[in-house]
Write a new protein. Structure first.
Length: 470
């Protein structure tokens, strides 16, 4: 294969020499695949995660508080202590202010749930960030706002962390991301790229509060941002229509065991109005919908919008699509709506789903059903909810298992070819961009565990090495 001007110029049969004047890179039995994309990340949050207290393994509120107590003793101070990753849906005890107060005293503590939809605060943190709020938890919009407020104000520090995270993504063969970070990312990524962060292509999304700004600047999905060498592109308009499973706010047709159906963040009319405004201004709508009722309402809105999908054109996305009523599965392909899904969440959430969606988990993370219906799958991690590593998503989609457990609803497993297709944007073909990954194993012969640990020898973005161990 010959790479010229950032694209694949020619492909030669094995043993046929290329142009002698060009640098030659022997593969030596390695495999060449298209560069991988993570099509749903919160990149600034991901860049901060390694610096935060990991409470993801806590099996109770008391255990999470004990981790806070240990960190406070080992690293005393008065600055806010931020932790990430708790999942309280299966805990036998409740997160309370008193537990964190006893663990950290007057030091503010904020623990962010693994799904980003909930935060647990002690009294000092609540007084600082949400005075007057009762209880210990902030949910949905209040939690999102707090998460943004905890971002370091020093841009140079945060940019350095982001550059490190981008380089880390390249070691997994990643060439691009769809960044759905909260807030306004245009200036952030323009600044980072100008400063030398060139390991990734970035499509940045926009939320409801900045949608008019994007329209006012004439930004349209798919169009590159001037001065970024084609690395930064306008992405979708993200609409959060419901909550999450662990927080019991995902909007569902059936009630949760403790009552309630979840939350709808917008009325059907509001959702349709948002989609119409975005589509009319050339920005692709991407609707966060986790529960089956939320997915139905999102599909209803796209149908009213007049999405047709003719000619294979994708006119919108549904993010997560975790629980889908079987009657709604064929509507994705019929409307031309991509299912932007995170297969690793199925492994993270299987026990919670078995409890909160009891009797309905055969319809949860229905990747094989969506694929068989003709729907387009787009894989992501939702980092930091799951690690920014497409091989983990591929492994979970192919095996529906992790950590040696029995496969969960193995009827929803999909072939490696389909999982790779859902994780890439290009092909190894003449005229395609030279966004490539060189891997050490045959992905079509690898087990799910081998896919999860896939060694990547090199990654190229537009023919330029962003990771190289050759």
């Amino acid at each position: 294969m010959t790479v010229r001007d950032r694209s694949i110029a020619s492909i030669h049969p094995a043993g046929v020499p290329g142009e002698r004047s060009l640098e030659r890179i022997p593969l030596d039995g390695r495999w060449l695949v298209p560069g991988l994309w993570d099509q749903h990340v919160h990149f600034t949050q991901w860049a901060q995660t390694a610096r935060r207290l990991d409470v993801s393994r806590a099996s109770s509120a008391e255990e999470a508080a004990s981790l806070v107590r240990a960190r406070t003793a080992a690293d005393p101070g008065t600055d806010v202590l931020v932790g990430f990753g708790f999942h309280d849906a299966l805990w036998h005890d409740l997160p309370s202010r008193e537990l964190l107060d006893a663990a950290a005293g007057d030091r503010p503590v904020v623990l962010i749930a693994g799904d980003l939809h909930c935060s647990w605060l002690n009294s000092a943190a609540m007084a600082r960030y949400a005075p007057g709020v009762e209880g210990a938890l902030l949910r949905e919009d209040a939690s999102f706002a707090l998460t943004s407020a905890l971002t370091p104000s020093d841009e140079s520090i945060l940019d350095r962390w982001a550059s490190d995270a981008a380089d880390g993504a390249a070691t997994h063969g990643v060439v691009g991301i769809v960044d759905l970070e909260y807030g306004w990312s245009l200036e952030t990524w323009t600044r980072r790229i100008a400063a030398g962060a060139r390991s990734l292509r970035v499509e940045f999304g926009v939320y409801r509060d900045r949608m008019t700004d994007a329209v006012g600047l004439g930004l349209r999905t798919g169009e590159p941002i001037e001065g970024t060498d084609g690395l930064l592109t306008m992405g979708p308009f993200k609409v959060i229509s419901d909550g999450s499973l662990n927080t019991r706010t995902a909007l569902c047709l059936h009630a949760y065991p403790g009552g309630g159906h979840g939350v709808a963040n917008l009325t059907p009319d509001e959702l349709l109005a948002d989609l119409r405004f975005a589509a009319a201004n050339g920005i692709e709508p991407a609707v966060h919908a986790i529960g089956d009722e939320a997915n139905r309402r999102a599909l209803d809105a796209f149908e009213q919008l007049g999405a047709s999908g003719r000619g294979g054109q994708i006119v919108g996305r549904i993010e997560h699509a975790q629980l889908i009523d079987p009657a709604d599965i064929p509507r994705f392909a019929a409307l031309g709506i991509a299912a932007s899904v995170q297969p690793e969440h199925a492994m993270d959430d299987r026990d919670v789903a078995d409890r909160l969606w009891a009797g309905r988990t055969r319809h949860a993370f229905p990747l094989a059903s969506l694929l068989a219906s003709g729907a387009r799958l787009a894989f992501g991690s939702d980092a930091p909810v799951a690690p920014l590593d497409p091989w983990a998503a591929i492994a979970s989609a192919v095996g529906r298992t992790r950590d040696g457990r029995e496969p969960w609803h193995p009827e929803q497993r999909i072939p490696v070819e389909a999982a790779l297709d859902a994780s890439t944007r290009s092909r190894v073909a003449v005229g395609e961009p030279a966004d490539l990954a060189i891997i050490e194993r045959d992905p079509f012969a690898a087990t799910p565990d081998e896919l999860r640990a896939m060694p990547v020898a090199a990654t190229l973005l537009a023919g330029r090495f962003t990771h190289d161990t050759l």
